[in-house]
Structure formats: C-alpha cells, structure tokens
Write a protein that binds this ligand. Structure first.
Ligand code: ZN
Length: 250
C-alpha cells in the first residue's frame, strides 16, 4: 500500500525492499525541511551521498553551500584515475550516442500496443505544502471534503513514502476525474499537487503516469519494486470517508 492512512507512519511503501529503507529515508530527509533543520542546528551539511547505494550518506563539515548541496548528486563511483587527470580519460568526445535501455517502465522496446486506460481503478491527489503554505493546504482540504465524496487521508507533516515534503492526499473514483481535475487546477492556490492513477504498478503510477498541477517536485521511488518485481499485483482501493454537503460551484 502506498498512501493508506492506516499504514504505519514513516514506513517506506516498499515492504519488499526493507534493506533500503534507511537510504530511502535519508534521501527523503535530504529533500525535506528536516534537512534544513539539521543544517541550522548542527552546522553540518549532508554531503557526499552514496549515489550508487554503496553506503549511507555521510556528513561533510563546512558550509552547506560549499559542500553538501554541491556534492549531493555527485557520482562517487567514478573510475580510478591519476591526480590531475580526468577520471573519464580523454576519448569521451568519440563516444557514440547510447540508446537508453527502457522506453516505458518494465519494457525494453517500444510497446506493441497502448495500455488500456481501464487499468486505472482510481486516483490520488497529493497536495504538498510547507510551513509557509499550510493554511492554503488546509483550505483546499476543507473545500474538497465539503464538496466531494473522497477518501481523505491524514495530515503528513513529515516525508512519507514517496512524498518528500509535508502533504495530505485524497483518493477519488475515476468518475470524479473530469470534475476534480479542473477543480484542483482552479483551486490549487499555487501549491504543488500530484495526481496519480492507481493501477497494478504503483511505481509507474507515481513516476510515469503522473499529472502535476503547478510545479513538480521530486518523488522518492528508490528501489520501489517494478511491476515485474511485485509479488502481489493488487491495486489500491478507494474508500470514501467524507460527507459532502456543499453544492459544487458551477
Ligand atoms: Zn498516492
């Protein structure tokens, strides 16, 4: 389950990959207000992330601007090389343009046919906010609950699962999409909103099949199993829990 409100807090959704939970958590923290708090309190910066998954993130001393942020995405698995020489050698300009391995999640070549839209069983809308915009999130939350029969989740004030900033979500049936989508477009109040379908491929739902209102932001899907790796192909269900009583404005 990805976003279920009854799921244990702070659990990564990838029950199949518990070994990577710590690393995933560090990635989430790196992108969250927790990281700012850490820098402010300790004077340390998170730096030199083990991009290849070889080790947990380490912390470098010095200013965040000088070390941690700049090094966060550095590929530490660079080849051995002599000091003063490029680790990549001097022939990279001759390299032919490589072909990426995958075209669509789980496929190594162009798909033979389109995926059936009926694979989508429901939708989630995740509304992201921070300490400066939570009142906007609260207003969207109240307005939505008053108007739509949706599954309204808890407030998440910490990164949770694939969501790297504070958020809340509501799930809704396919039939509501033609209404909820334009409603969120006009009532986002400028917040970033992720709308994703629920199919039997949650990783792709979040990474490849997503709609964004306003700006997008990172989704933490490290080591999330692909559809082929999932043992259980069940699809997340929606159980509306709101009692709409306000007539939708038209
Ligand atoms: Zn979701």
């Amino acid at each position: 389950m990805t976003d279920r409100t009854d799921a244990p807090k702070n659990n990564h959704p990838l029950d199949t990959a518990p070994v990577n939970q710590a690393v995933d958590g560090e990635w989430a923290n790196l992108l969250s207000p927790q990281r700012r708090q850490l820098i402010r309190d300790s004077g340390l910066a998170i730096g030199a992330l083990a991009f290849a998954g070889l080790a947990a993130p380490t912390r470098a001393t010095g200013s965040p601007q000088a070390s941690g942020v700049a090094d966060a995405g550095k590929n530490l698995a660079e080849p051995v090389h002599k000091p003063g020489e490029s680790p990549w050698g001097y022939e990279t300009y001759k390299q032919a343009t490589p072909r990426p391995a995958g075209i669509r999640p789980g496929e190594k070549q162009l798909p033979a046919r389109p995926r059936a839209y009926t694979d989508i069983k429901s939708y989630h809308a995740h509304i992201y906010f921070d300490e400066d915009s939570y009142e906007k999130a609260a207003l969207i939350r109240r307005w939505a609950a008053e108007r739509f029969a949706v599954e309204l989740g808890d407030w998440n004030l910490e990164p949770r699962g694939p969501h790297t900033t504070p958020s809340f979500y509501f799930g809704f049936a396919n039939a509501l999409l033609p209404t909820v989508l334009p409603w969120l477009q006009l009532n986002s109040l400028g917040l970033t909103i992720l709308i994703h379908p629920n199919t039997d491929d949650p990783r792709a739902d979040h990474l490849y099949y997503a709609l964004w209102v306003n700006r997008s932001q990172p989704v933490n899907a490290f080591d999330w199993p692909t559809r082929e790796q999932r043992k259980d192909l069940s699809v997340e269900q929606i159980y509306p829990n709101t009692k709409p009583h306000v007539t939708l404005e038209t």
